[in-house]
Write a protein that binds this ligand. Structure first.
Ligand code: SAH
Length: 434
């Protein structure tokens, strides 16, 4: 029994000494042998006092075999970039030891992953639920990567993309999938985080310069909740929704209560329909909505769809901005090369996702007309349509009412994003409170 040896699989962080853990630095310094891919060994060899063994890319198994063999009698630090468990060598070591039933003293030392490094540089694109995917098809079939990516994009959470430049056309294909699932959205590119050549860029998917992306680059796809400018990309955690909605000060509360009691006198009643009418009147300050709103079909279809987690698809950003739940904005799917409005084009491009969704049209009559065409084939669960204006708005809402799909609309030219969002919010809150 050679009791002196031990194998440490050591994460060395993104590439600066300052972000190497104290533990990792100590192990590298005290190891008899430091072994690893040349690129990583290069980053830490100034700390090592023992022998250095550099190996090539693609020779992972040989490297592991060698490290394990040496660790039977020596202290060996097998170094890996970032965290060794994330697209690193640690899992291969564990698998090799298990399959060959090798019992050696073995420890994994965590490191800061590229994800953590990029997250700090970008100022929190990842602040809650998120996904991580690698575009390398070296160990995973491309079909599987593609399927996973598609599903993740539909979850609408920030997605971290490791190895974006792996393969021939992987990135190109991945970006096409991203555009087809989510339209245009914020994307961050972080190259050489915390090491020489550091570069951070925040852009839209459609403007991403793929030439700049290499094996030292990490991409982060923002979710529809991510906000950013040229220097930062942040996904708020929802504190503002939790703590800032509604009246805060005594004065504001008094006004809100007074306004609610005035509304109750104008529209008494405790049904969901009464509440929706009050919301519409409140959002617009216009009592005529009491008589203009038209309910068609069963309101429960909307509540059920919301509880089942249906997509909410809206025509324009203004509706989305007012909503208490995430939604997909049709205009961000438009490419502007059809002979129609961007809202209508976006709705058409989203056709197959309309099925089973709740659609809110707050602005564009053209989007409402487009929805009527699509709804013959892909039926939404519910429609809230309050497009506004003097060109086609009234007619488009009439057309929506002719569909067999349950809906809330209003008669005439009045309407707008605010009233649309107010009605959908009322449905969302009601769905959540039962
Ligand atoms: N184990 C590593 C990941 C290895 S896979 C970790 O936890 O970070 C290699 C990929 O990681 C690269 O192609 C790149 O996408 C990303 N990466 C690693 N270090 C990086 C850095 N300093 N800056 C940007 N991306 C990095």
């Amino acid at each position: 029994m050679q009791s002196q040896g031990k194998l440490f699989v050591v994460g060395i962080g993104p590439g600066s000494d300052e972000l190497l853990t104290i533990k990792a630095a100590k192990i590298i310094e005290e190891a008899d042998i430091v072994i690893g891919h040349r690129r990583y060994v290069e980053m830490v060899k100034h700390l090592a006092k023992g022998e250095i063994i550099e190996s090539e890319m693609g020779k992972e198994l040989e490297r592991v075999k060698k490290a394990v063999e040496l660790a039977k009698s020596k202290k060996v630090a097998l170094v890996s970039g970032g965290d060794p468990c994330i697209y690193g060598i640690a899992a291969l070591v564990v698998e090799y030891l298990m399959k060959n039933d090798i019992k050696i003293d073995f420890e994994i030392v965590p490191g800061l992953s590229a994800l953590n490094a990029a997250n700090s540089l970008l100022k929190c694109p990842i602040s809650g639920d998120h996904a991580v995917i690698s575009l390398s098809d070296h160990l995973t079939n491309w079909d599987i990567i593609e399927r996973r990516l598609r599903i993740l994009l539909r979850c609408d959470i920030p997605i971290v993309v490791y190895n974006p430049s792996a393969g021939e056309n992987n990135l190109k294909k991945a970006l096409e999938i991203a555009a087809s699932e989510r339209g245009d959205f914020k994307v961050a590119m972080v190259k050489n985080a915390y090491r020489k050549g550091e570069l951070v860029k925040i852009t839209n998917l459609s403007e991403l310069d793929v030439q700049e992306i290499d094996m030292s680059t990490l991409l982060i796809f923002g979710s529809s909740e991510s906000i950013g400018d040229e220097r930062s990309l942040t996904t708020p955690r929802g504190y503002s929704v939790k703590y800032e909605v509604g009246a805060k000060t005594l004065e504001a509360k008094k006004i809100a209560e007074e306004s609610a009691s005035i509304l109750r006198k104008m529209i008494p009643g405790d049904t969901l329909k009464d509440e929706i009418l009050r919301r519409a009147v409140m959002a617009t300050g216009d009592l005529s909505y009491r008589d203009l709103i038209v309910f068609k079909g069963d309101l429960n279809s909307a509540l059920k769809a919301i509880r089942d987690g249906c997509s909410i698809i809206v025509d324009v950003e203004m509706v989305k901005a007012g909503l208490r739940r995430e939604s997909i904005v049709a205009v961000s799917f438009a490419k502007g090369n059809m002979t129609t409005t961007r809202a209508a084009e976006g709705i058409k491009r989203l056709a197959d996702r309309i099925e089973g969704s709740l659609v809110g049209i707050g602005n564009a009559p053209s989007a409402a007309f487009a929805l009527c065409e699509i709804a013959e084939k892909y039926e939404p669960a519910f429609i809230v349509a309050t497009p506004v204006g003097f060109v086609g708005a009234a007619e488009s809402k009439e057309a929506i009412r002719k569909l067999k799909i349950p809906s809330i609309t209003n008669v005439g030219s009045k309407g707008g994003s605010g009233v649309c969002a107010a009605i959908i919010n009322c449905l969302i809150e009601h769905a959540g409170s039962d």
